[in-house]
Design a protein around this ligand. Structure first.
Ligand code: PMP
Length: 428
C-alpha cells in the first residue's frame, strides 16, 4: 500500500504538534514508520488520505462499537448542532442519558458526565478520597486510567509498596500515595492492604484489562477483591472506560456479577464524541458539589452534541441487546481463525478474548499480568503489525493494546482478516 500523502501530512504536523500527534499512541513509535492519516470512515472501514481502504480493529480505541458514522448517532449530532453547540446550562438530554445509563448499569443511582476517561477516573478517585477521608489508592501495574498524575505510576524494582513516578512532572508526593499491585494476584493486594491499614481510600482497576493487551481477570479474582475491599473498608472503583456498554449493557459488573462502589465510563458512552462519566450509589454521589464538599466541574461537561451522540448510542445498545451476542460470536470466530493460522505456521502465541475484546500476545505462557504481557516478542509483533497493514488490516500500533470488534464487521471482513494473518504468519 502507498502512504505518500499520509507521510507528507505527518511531516507537516510534526512542525507544529509535538510528535505530530495529539495523543502518543497514534504515533507508530513502537512499530516504526509514519502514522496513517485518516480522511473518513464508514462502518468497519477507514479510508486514509492515500485512498487506501483499511478494516479497522481500533475503532477510535473503543467507542465505535457499531461502526463508524453509524446513522442514528450522526443524525442525532447533526440535529442537535443546529440548535446550538454549548450553553453551560442544564439541558433535558442530560437527564435522559443519565436515566438510561442508570437503567442499563447495575448498582448505580446517579451519574455525572465529564469530557474524557481521564477526567472520569481522576474525579472518581477524588470522590473516593473525599468520601472515605483517606489518601492512598491501589492501582494495578499495566492498568491505564488516563494521564492524571496519580495514575502515571508503574512498579519499578523495589517499588512494590511505594510507587515511583514514571513520567517527569509527576511529583514524589503524588506518587507515594499510589500503591501498586500485580493484576490477578490477590495475595499481593492483601499484603498491601494489611501493611497500609486505615490509609487506603480505594482500589481502582480495569475489571477486564485492555491496556496491557486484553487480560481478563482469573476466576475468583474480582470476587476476592470485592471481599477484601469490604473487609478493609475500601471503595472499589471499576474503570469501565473500555468495557462499559461494550462487554454487556451493564459492563463487567453485569457480565461477571461483581459490584463496584464507583464505576467510570468513557468511549462507547459518548458515541465517538468526547465524553466520560462516573457513577455510584446516591450515598456516595451526594458527596459531590453542589450537594457535597467534593469539588468537580466542567465548562463543556454534558455538552449537547456529546449527550446526543451518547444517547443515540446507548439507545441502540439498549433496544438491540442481541448486538452483544453477535459481537461475541464474531470475536470467537476471529479468535479461532487467527489461532489456526498462527498454529499452522508454528508461530508462538497466546490469544486472550472476552466479549468483543481480543488480543494476540506473541508469548509462550498464559498472559495474566503485565510481566507476562511484557514477555511477548516485540519483533514478531512489529512484523505482524506491518504485515497486516500491508494487507489492509489496521490493528493498534502497539502490542499492549486490545483489538475492538465492531458490529459493522461482516464475516467476509473477518475472513479477509484471517487470510491476512495466514499470509503474514508465513514471514514471522
Ligand atoms: N481508562 C481506561 C481503561 C482507558 O482505556 C482509557 C483510555 N484508553 C482511559 C481510562 C482514559 O480515557 P481518555 O483517553 O478518554 O482520557
Amino acid at each position: 500500500m502507498i502512504y505518500k500523502r499520509s507521510s507528507a501530512l505527518f511531516a507537516e504536523a510534526q512542525k507544529v504538534i509535538p510528535g505530530g500527534v495529539n495523543s502518543p499512541v497514534r504515533a507508530f513509535k513502537a512499530v516504526g514508520g509514519d502514522p496513517i492519516f485518516v480522511k473518513e470512515a464508514k462502518g468497519a472501514y477507514l479510508y486514509d488520505e492515500d485512498n487506501n481502504r483499511l478494516i479497522d480493529y481500533i475503532n477510535s480505541w473503543g467507542p465505535m462499537i457499531l461502526g463508524h458514522a453509524h446513522p442514528p448517532v450522526v443524525e442525532a449530532v447533526v440535529e442537535k448542532a443546529k440548535k446550538g453547540t454549548s450553553f453551560g446550562m442544564p439541558t433535558e438530554i442530560e437527564t435522559q442519558i443519565a436515566e438510561l445509563a442508570v437503567q442499563m448499569v447495575p448498582n448505580i443511582d446517579k451519574i455525572r458526565f465529564v469530557n474524557s476517561g481521564t477526567e472520569a477516573c481522576m474525579s472518581a478517585v477524588r470522590l473516593a478520597r473525599g468520601y472515605t477521608s483517606k489518601d492512598k489508592i491501589i492501582k494495578f501495574a499495566g492498568c491505564y486510567h488516563g494521564h492524571s498524575d496519580s495514575f502515571l505510576i508503574q512498579a519499578g524494582s523495589g517499588a512494590v509498596t511505594f510507587g515511583s513516578p514514571n513520567s517527569p512532572g509527576v511529583t514524589q508526593g503524588t506518587a507515594k500515595d499510589t500503591l501498586l499491585a500485580r493484576y490477578n494476584d490477590i495475595k499481593h493486594v492483601e499484603e498491601i492492604m494489611s501493611s497500609n491499614q486505615g490509609e487506603i481510600a480505594c482500589v481502582i482497576i480495569e475489571p477486564v484489562a485492555g491496556n496491557m493487551g486484553c487480560i481478563p481477570p482469573i476466576d475468583g479474582f474480582l470476587e476476592e477483591l470485592r471481599t477484601l475491599c469490604d473487609t478493609h473498608n475500601i471503595l472499589l472503583i471499576f474503570d469501565e472506560v473500555m468495557t462499559g456498554f461494550r462487554l454487556a449493557q451493564g459492563g463487567v459488573q453485569e457480565l461477571l456479577g461483581v459490584n463496584a462502589d464507583i464505576v467510570t465510563f468513557g468511549k462507547v458512552i459518548g458515541g465517538g464524541l468526547p465524553v466520560g462519566a462516573f457513577a455510584a450509589r446516591s450515598e456516595i454521589m451526594n458527596h459531590l458539589a453542589p450537594l457535597g464538599p467534593v469539588y468537580q466541574a466542567g465548562t463543556l461537561s454534558g455538552n449537547p452534541l456529546a449527550m446526543a451522540a451518547g444517547l443515540a448510542m446507548l439507545t441502540e445498545l439498549h433496544t438491540k441487546p442481541e448486538i452483544f451476542t453477535s459481537l461475541a460470536d464474531k470475536t470467537e470466530y476471529l479468535h479461532k481463525g487467527i489461532a489456526n493460522a498462527l498454529t499452522n505456521h508454528k508461530v508462538t502465541h497466546t490469544i486472550n478474548r472476552i466479549g468483543s475484546m481480543i488480543s494476540v500476545h506473541f508469548a509462550e505462557d498464559k498472559v495474566v499480568d503485565f510481566d507476562a504481557a511484557a514477555k511477548g516478542n516485540n519483533d514478531t509483533f512489529k512484523k505482524f503489525f506491518h504485515g497486516m497493514l500491508d494487507n489492509g488490516i489496521y490493528i493498534a500500533p502497539s502490542a499492549f493494546e486490545s483489538w475492538f470488534i465492531t458490529d459493522a464487521l461482516t464475516y467476509e471482513d473477518l475472513d479477509e482478516t484471517i487470510k491476512a494473518v495466514e499470509e503474514v504468519a508465513e514471514i514471522l
